[in-house]
Ligand binder design. Structure first.
Ligand SMILES: [Mn+2]
Length: 308
């Protein structure tokens, strides 16, 4: 797909900190549109979706701001689905990661419509596989993967028209380094494929990505859900929940370039960028740089592939 649509979802209703609502504008200020247009893509910026304000309440029955999160996700679902139907590659500019529910349920619906299989790369410091029983906080940005797999309030699990929206085997989680105890058990129980930071430390990004991308074919839709907190906080301070020990700049670039090499990416989320915590927009600039790599920008100067 050479046609790309930017969709801003300026909200932090699912987050534990305020500020991810400013993420879409920060990426625009960092030059996302121009950077993609320079890659020869047909880029349209659909502007920002509108939705309820953040009421900043405490959780009720295990969820914080459930009504608002549902409404935002419904709008994200509709917007993503519309772009996919028009054979455009949607880029969701978050916004907190709870919006992955609307985004990925739309992608899954599109795959059902078109008879494709779906592979999801979840680049994140966290597994985001909490449920209201497991989550101490009730913040729904810690729950999107569980909701997509059918574990969560029905208002959220049914957004894409099928419950569950996805199967755990379709997901590859990469860069994980912070998982709650109960969540960890649940991740194992459901058989999620997790390439955590220790795995990356031991085998390196190259082999990790080869494994995560194994088995794609020309009927596979590849969705990338990129939580900016995936990156090491040294290079990406502008996120709500920084966890040390993430991928370096070069490691992140290699991840993105290897995804680009597959030629299969059909949709993308860029989530949890928080300009209120950033330093002179550097995390947004970095996010744009990495998105360019996802679309094939590379410094490749070599004649031969490196030995295996
Ligand atoms: Mn996340």
């Amino acid at each position: 797909m050479r046609a790309v649509s930017l969709i801003g979802a300026p909200t932090d209703v699912g987050a534990s900190d305020r500020g991810a609502s400013m993420g879409p504008e920060a990426m625009r200020v960092a030059g996302l549109h121009q950077a993609l247009a320079q890659r020869g893509l047909d880029v349209v910026d659909r502007g920002n979706l509108a939705g309820p304000a953040n009421p900043w309440q405490t959780p009720s029955s295990g969820y914080r701001h459930l009504r608002e999160v549902v409404e935002w996700n419904q709008r994200v679902h509709d917007a993503m689905y519309a772009e996919l139907r028009h054979e455009r590659l949607p880029i969701l500019l978050g916004g907190d990661h709870s919006l992955g529910i609307g985004s990925i349920s739309a992608v899954a619906r599109h795959c059902r419509d078109t008879g494709r299989s779906l592979r999801i790369l979840w680049l994140d410091a966290h597994a985001d596989f909490n449920t209201s029983e497991l989550s101490p906080s009730g913040n729904i940005h810690g729950m999107p993967v569980a909701c997509l797999c059918g574990f969560g309030p029905s208002e959220l699990t049914r957004i894409g028209g099928a419950v569950p929206a996805i199967q755990p085997q379709w997901i590859r989680q990469i860069g994980i380094r912070s998982v709650d105890a109960g969540e960890k058990r649940f991740v194992h129980e459901q058989g999620l494929e997790v390439f955590d930071m220790r795995f990356i430390d031991e085998v390196g990004v190259r082999q990790t990505m080869e494994m995560a991308l194994e088995g794609l074919d020309d009927r596979t839709h590849l969705h990338v859900s990129f939580d900016v907190d995936f990156l090491d906080p040294e290079i990406a301070p502008g996120v709500g929940t920084t966890i040390p020990g993430g991928p370096t700049y070069r490691e992140a670039q290699l991840c993105m370039e290897m995804i680009a090499d597959t030629g299969r990416m059909g949709s993308l989320d860029v989530m949890e960028l928080n300009p209120a915590l950033d330093v002179r927009n550097r995390t947004a600039v970095l996010a744009v740089d990495l998105i360019e790599s996802l679309f094939g920008k590379s410094t490749l100067m070599r004649k031969h592939a490196p030995p295996r």
